[in-house]
Design a protein around this ligand. Structure first.
Ligand code: B12
Ligand code: SF4
Length: 473
C-alpha cells in the first residue's frame, strides 16, 4: 500500500554568500529534491520550499506551513543554517503540535544528538535520505517501532535513541531529483544563465581534515555511469531549457577513465550544452582537459585551498603547486572560465603566508577567485584539533559560512584575518587583468553563441553589484 502523508521540505535562508556575490550563482537544493523524489515514489504528497531562491526570509516560514498544512516538516541543515533550521522546526510545532519534524543534511548528520536537544525535533536522518526517509515516514504513519528504521536518531519516551547505521545507496539506481518541485526558473549562474545542476558521483577518497563529507561518509567515492549521467543531462536540457549545467559532486574528476567516458558519451550523442564542475584534485592532464573542452565543459572551479606548505601538511590536502600553475595555464589556453578557491589563514600560517597565497592567486590569473576563511565544522578532525588547541573564538554557528573569521592562532588574530580577506578580494578583483580575462571570455562566448541578448541585463546587473560590493569593502 502506498504511503499517504503530506510532506513539506524546506531549504532555509541564509546570508547572501560569496558564490552568489562573485559568481551570481543561485543553485537548487538538490539533496532535498532527491529526498522528495523518493518520498513521491512512495505515494506521498511533497512540496519543497527553496527559501533562498524565492527570496523569502525566515519570517515567511509560518505562512508556508499554515498554507500547506503538512503531516511532516523536514529541513536541510548545514552548520551555518542551523539556527534557521531550528526556527523551522519550532514554527512547525507552533502551527500544529501533531506535525512530525525532521532534519537532514551534513550538520544534522554529524551532530544528530546535539540537534535533538531541541525538544521540538522528532528525528534526524543521518547521511543519505533516499532510502531512510520514506521508511521513517511509513513508520510514523503506521505507528510501528522507529528502532527498526536504519540511519536515524529519534526520540522515544523522552530518550534520544540511535538506530543501526544505513548502508550507502546504489547511486546509479536512484530516481532523478524531483526538479518539478523546485522553482527551476530562479536558478542562475553569473546572474544570467539559467542553471541546472546534477550530481554524477558521491563522496571523496581524500579525507581532508576540515571536510564534513569525509566525516559523514568516510573515504568512499561512488560514481554513476557515463550513460546514466548523460541521460539525465539530456533530460535536463529537454525539460528545463537550461543555459548551463554545473556538476555539484564532491570529487568529479577523481577517475580520469570515467571523465573520458562521460565526455565521449556527450560527444557521441551530440549534446550541445555548456557545463562545468569543481575539481578537488587539480590534475595536470592535457589530454583530459582537451577532451573536457571538446565535450562542452567551459567552467572549472579549482579547489587549491592553500599555497602554504605548512597548512597543506597540517590539513592533509594533496596539492602540488607547480602542477597547479601548469593546470591554470593549460585551461586558460583552452578557453575555460577558471575559478580558484583559496582558504586564507589555515593553522600554521602567518600574515606572510596569507600574503603569498594572495600573490599566488594573482599570478595564476583566473577569471574568478573566492577567498574563504577557515571554519572548523563540528564533527570534523579540524574541529577537534581547533577545539583542543583553544583556537575557536566564534561560537555563533550562523557565522560559520567561511566569510567570517572563526579561529584565531598566535600568528593571526580575528581582526587581521578579516582585513586580509578584504584585501584579498580588492587586490585580486581591482586589477586590469581580471577585466581583460573576463572580456576575452565573454567575447568568445558571444562569438560561439553561448551568450544571447537575453543574458545581457542579468550579466550587467551581476557585474555592477559585484563592483558595488567591492567598493564598500
Ligand atoms: C554543491 C555544494 C555547494 C553549492 C550549493 C548548492 C546548493 N544550493 O545547495 C555551493 C557551491 C553554492 C556551495 C557553497 C558553500 N558551501 Co557547499 N557544498 C556543496 C556540496 C559539494 C554538495 C551538496 C550536494 O548537493 N550534495 C548532493 C546531495 C545529494 O547530497 P546532500 O545535499 O548531502 O543531501 C543528502 C543528505 O544530506 C540528505 N538530506 C539533505 N537534506 C535533507 C533534509 C531532510 C529533511 C532529510 C530527511 C534528508 C536530507 O539526503 C540527501 C540525499 O541523499 C557539499 C558537500 C556534500 N556532499 O554535502 C558542500 C557543503 C554542503 N558545503 C559546505 C560549505 C562550507 C559551503 C560554503 C559555506 C563555503 C564553501 N567554502 O564552499 C558555501 C556557502 C553556501 C551557502 N551559504 O549557502 C560544507 C558544509 C559543512 C557543514 N558542516 O555545514 C559542505 C558539506 C562541504 C564540506 N566539504 O564540508 N556548496
Ligand atoms: S577534496 Fe573536498 S570533498 Fe574531498 S575530502 Fe577534501 S574537502 Fe572533502
Amino acid at each position: 500500500m502506498p504511503s499517504n502523508m503530506r510532506i513539506l521540505l524546506i531549504h532555509p535562508p541564509c546570508e547572501k554568500e560569496i558564490y552568489q556575490r562573485f559568481l551570481g550563482l543561485v543553485a537548487p537544493p538538490i539533496g532535498l529534491a532527491y529526498v522528495a523524489a523518493a518520498l513521491e515514489n512512495d505515494g506521498n504528497e511533497v512540496k519543497i520550499i527553496d527559501m533562498p531562491a524565492e527570496g523569502e526570509d525566515i519570517g515567511d516560514v509560518k505562512k508556508e506551513i499554515e498554507r500547506f498544512h503538512p503531516d511532516v516538516v523536514g529541513v536541510y541543515c548545514v552548520t551555518y543554517r542551523v539556527n534557521h533550521a531550528n526556527v523551522v522546526i519550532n514554527t512547525a510545532k507552533e502551527v500544529d503540535a501533531d506535525i512530525k519534524t525532521l532534519m537532514g543534511g551534513p550538520h544534522a548528520s554529524l551532530l544528530a544528538e546535539d540537534c535533538m536537544e531541541n525538544k521540538n525535533l522528532d528525528a534526524v536522518v543521518c547521511g543519505e535520505g533516499e532510502i531512510t526517509t520514506p521508511k521513517l515516514v511509513r513508520t510514523w504513519e503506521s505507528g510501528s517501532d522507529l528502532a527498526n528504521v536504519k540511519g536515524i536518531v529519534f526520540r522515544e519516551n523522552g530518550q534520544i535513541n540511535r538506530s543501526a547505521p544505513r548502508e550507502l545507496a546504489d547511486v546509479d539506481s536512484l530516481p532523478y531529483p524531483a526538479r518539478h518541485l523546485l522553482p527551476m526558473d530562479k536558478y542562475r549562474l553569473f546572474g544570467a544563465f539559467k542553471l541546472g545542476t546534477m550530481v554524477s558521483s558521491r563522496g571523496c577518497t581524500f579525507g581532508c581534515q576540515y571536510c564534513s563529507v569525509a566525516a559523514i561518509y568516510g573515504k568512499k567515492w561512488r560514481p554513476r555511469s557515463a550513460k546514466r549521467i548523460v541521460d539525465e543531462m539530456e533530460y535536463l536540457q529537454k525539460n528545463y531549457d537550461i543555459d548551463a549545467l554545473m556538476f555539484m559532486d564532491d570529487n568529479f574528476d577523481l577517475d580520469k577513465k570515467r571523465v573520458m567516458a562521460l565526455c565521449d558519451e556527450i560527444m557521441e550523442r551530440d549534446l550541445d550544452i555548456l557545463w562545468g564542475y569543481q575539481s578537488a584534485s587539480v590534475i595536470r592532464d592535457e589530454e583530459m582537459l582537451k577532451k573536457l573542452r571538446d565535450a562542452g565543459c567551459r567552467i572549472i572551479t579549482y579547489s587549491i585551498e592553500t599555497s602554504s606548505r605548512r597548512s597543506i601538511d597540517v590539513m592533509k590536502k594533496k596539492v602540488d603547486m607547480q602542477q597547479v600553475r601548469d593546470v591554470f595555464q593549460m585551461s586558460k589556453e583552452m578557453g575555460m572560465i577558471r575559478i580558484a578557491n583559496i582558504i586564507l589563514g589555515l593553522p600554521g600560517e602567518n600574515e606572510k603566508d596569507v600574503e603569498e597565497s594572495i600573490e599566488l592567486t594573482k599570478a595564476l590569473d583566473p577569471e574568478y577567485a573566492l577567498f574563504f576563511l577557515p571554519a572548523p565544522y563540528p564533527g570534523t578532525k579540524f574541529y577537534e584539533t581547533a577545539e583542543k588547541m583553544g583556537m575557536i573564538r566564534e561560537l555563533d554557528w550562523n557565522k560559520y559560512d567561511t566569510t567570517n573569521p572563526i579561529i584565531e592562532t598566535e600568528q593571526l588574530s580575528l581582526d587581521v584575518l578579516r582585513e586580509l580577506n578584504k584585501r584579498a578580494y580588492k587586490e585580486f578583483y581591482l586589477r586590469h587583468a581580471v577585466l581583460k580575462n573576463n572580456l576575452k571570455i565573454f567575447h568568445d562566448f558571444i562569438k560561439e553563441g553561448g551568450i544571447k541578448p537575453r543574458h545581457i541585463p542579468g550579466l550587467m546587473s551581476h557585474v555592477l553589484s559585484t563592483l558595488l560590493y567591492l567598493a564598500r569593502l
